[in-house]
Design a protein around this ligand. Structure first.
Ligand SMILES: NC(=O)c1ccc[n+]([C@@H]2O[C@H](COP(=O)([O-])OP(=O)(O)OC[C@H]3O[C@@H](n4cnc5c(N)ncnc54)[C@H](OP(=O)(O)O)[C@@H]3O)[C@@H](O)[C@H]2O)c1
Length: 216
């Protein structure tokens, strides 16, 4: 059983991570700006108020935990610019302040920086709307930042190009920096299977200090 502090627990992806972790017997502290947004009740669930953009808030949520998970988003493009890399910096600063006792960190990243079968990156595709590019770049900036960090045990998990609520099959494929695509060239994962992969990484760490990605 792991003790997990989860930022973004009220979101599309975070709520699936919350459910998957609770179903597998982990103890989860949902760290949210507005506790009223967590309606789930479970003996292993604690809800606390916190803001991922404040390192003191991160440190207080992370104390005595095994893992901090960040599934935060910023809504539209500019919101991501204001949230994703600043959150990465506050998460690292907050964890760093706990020294050797700091838990590890798993952060939801984006698919934009992943390499495609033709050798380009997802964000190089023609015709992407500006707000999508802003979201992709925000995650790219955060990943660049994490890759400079050597004193906090971080992992980034990028979804497939498309992720949406769906079925929990319990099966998925992973790669490091290459987009996972199926035989038809489609890159897709359900939010439920993404959560399975993330909780598997909590239980069996394989990607400390690197980014990996998951697709169906
Ligand atoms: N294919 C892809 O690459 C792909 C696709 C989808 C999503 N994503 C990424 O995955 C992440 C999660 O996406 P999602 O769809 O689950 O997002 P979402 O439904 O919008 O949820 C975002 C969550 O972040 C929380 N949050 C935002 N700012 C916060 C702060 N300062 N402190 C604490 N919590 C904060 C929100 O809490 P409140 O309830 O308080 O607002 C909410 O729980 C995003 O970063 C998104 O870019 C990537």
């Amino acid at each position: 059983m792991a003790k997990i502090a989860l930022f973004g627990a009220s979101g599309t992806i975070g709520s699936r991570v919350l459910r998957e972790a609770l179903n597998r017997g982990h103890q989860v502290t949902a760290v949210v700006r507005d506790p009223r947004k967590i309606t789930e009740q479970h003996p292993n669930l604690t809800v606390m108020t916190g803001d991922v953009l404040e390192s003191a808030s991160v440190a207080s949520a992370a104390k005595n935990q095994d893992v901090v998970v960040s599934a935060v988003g910023g809504g539209d493009g500019p919101g991501h610019q204001a949230t994703i890399r600043p959150a990465a910096e506050a998460l690292v600063e907050g964890l760093r302040s706990l020294g050797a006792d700091a838990p590890r960190l798993i952060a939801v990243n984006g698919a934009g920086s992943l390499r495609t079968p033709d050798g380009t990156q997802v964000w190089d595709a023609e015709g992407l709307p500006e707000f999508v590019l802003q979201i992709m770049r925000a995650h790219g900036d955060a990943l660049d930042f994490y890759r400079t960090v050597g004193d906090v045990r971080w992992t980034c998990l990028s979804p497939a190009a498309q992720i949406e609520p769906g079925e929990r099959t319990g099966t998925y494929r992973t790669a490091l920096d290459n987009l996972v695509v199926d035989a038809d060239g489609k890159s897709w994962i359900s939010a439920e299977d993404y959560a399975v992969a993330l909780v598997d990484e909590i239980e069996d760490p394989k990607h400390v200090g690197e980014r990996f990605t998951v697709g169906g």
